[in-house]
Design a protein around this ligand. Structure first.
Ligand SMILES: [Zn+2]
Length: 359
């Protein structure tokens, strides 16, 4: 082999290498090309292995021919690597691109439970008429839950409420000595009215919201744990007329101005006379539907003039003062407001349900 054909081989190698380098599609492919041409067992090495076949006087010229070829290949690889590297980076930037001008995704920060929200709305409405919220214990004595409210031990009303009796909790204040210290989970919030009457002098205008408990079979409209708001007004000239006007104002604020209401005769041991307070059905507006039992009316609360025995048990002279009381299921009011069909949803702790209410 002479130096001319050696130079020809180098030139062929250079041309082929530059072409392959240009064709490498990514950094991995380029590394493969580099190894194949410049590696320890690469093509350049192989061409250089032909030196031994050259005449002795030509061998000193080999370096001057081979070095520029090696440098040209190395330079082409370097340039290609930069191009491919930049492209890869751009691809990645494109793939991971974030539009920082988009509005942020807001976190749900939690909100009032729908029952609590309804409770506050009720308190807001009656607050306009001077009613203040008073809370009382959920663990009560039999005496305050029943006896003081004109429901003695043999009273049939007790059969309506399957009461959950409990051991007196540690730290519970002793019951007054004249009361049977028999403890229960309050079946209604009415004992709060007795407590308020004993603690203050008329005029009284209070709301007693809170949880109540009865040993109920749980279904779509009954829970063993439920919520009530009761109201009590005691003054020298309270009347059924005052009660009706107040409840109308409440119904119109809660369910819409102008919604028809009515009193129906009712019965409670602690009021006399007693009434059920109905509003025109919020589903069918009075034409009759399954939600209102086709009557066109829905009962939203019970009320009446406080029984003189109850006033006396509260330390109030029934000859001088009259009062009225009313009580409603906060669950039921909330179900009517939001068209909720199943009372169990309130205490199921399902965020999909709870997130549906305004925070
Ligand atoms: Zn209806």
């Amino acid at each position: 082999m002479d130096i001319g054909s050696f130079q020809g081989r180098l030139e062929a190698l250079r041309v082929g290498a530059i072409s392959d380098i240009g064709a490498a599609a990514d950094l991995d492919a380029l590394a493969d090309v580099e190894t194949r041409i410049l590696g320890r067992k690469g093509e350049l090495k192989s061409v250089m292995g032909g030196i031994g076949a050259l005449p002795a006087e030509d061998r000193p010229k080999v370096g001057a021919l081979a070095n520029p070829v090696r440098e040209a290949i190395e330079s082409a690889i370097e340039t290609r690597r930069e191009v491919l590297g930049t492209a890869a980076l751009e691809m990645r930037l494109l793939a991971e691109r974030e539009d920082v001008t988009l509005p942020g995704r807001s976190l749900w920060r939690g909100g009032l439970h729908p029952i609590r929200e309804t409770e506050r709305e009720i308190a807001r409405i009656f607050g306009q008429f001077g009613f203040v919220v008073v809370e009382s214990p959920e663990v009560e004595t039999d005496a305050l839950n029943f006896e003081a409210l004109n429901i003695p031990a043999d009273h049939p009303a007790r059969d309506l409420w399957d009461t959950i009796y409990v051991q007196p909790p540690t730290g519970t204040p002793e019951a007054p000595p004249d009361e049977e210290p028999r403890w229960l989970l309050r079946t209604h919030t009415s004992p709060g009215q007795i407590r308020a009457m004993r603690a203050t002098e008329p005029p009284i205008r209070i709301l007693t919201p809170g949880r109540c408990y009865r040993y109920e079979a749980v279904d779509a409209s009954h829970g063993f744990e439920f919520f009530q708001v009761e109201g009590l007004m005691v003054d020298e000239d309270t009347s059924m007329g005052t009660l009706r006007g107040l409840l109308d104002a409440f119904a119109h604020a809660m369910f819409g101005a102008g919604r028809p209401t009515r009193f129906r005769p009712g019965y409670y041991p602690f009021t006399e006379p007693s009434v059920a307070f109905d509003i025109q059905c919020v589903v069918c507006d009075g034409s009759g539907c399954p939600a209102c039992g086709r009557s066109g009316w829905m009962t939203i609360l019970g009320a009446g003039m406080v029984h003189p025995v109850v006033l006396r048990n509260g330390g109030i002279d029934p000859e001088r003062y009259q009062g009225f009381a009313f009580g409603m299921g906060t669950d039921r009011i909330t179900m009517l407001r939001y068209a909720i069909r199943d009372i169990r949803a309130f205490l199921a702790n399902d965020l999909r349900f709870l997130e549906g209410f305004p925070a």
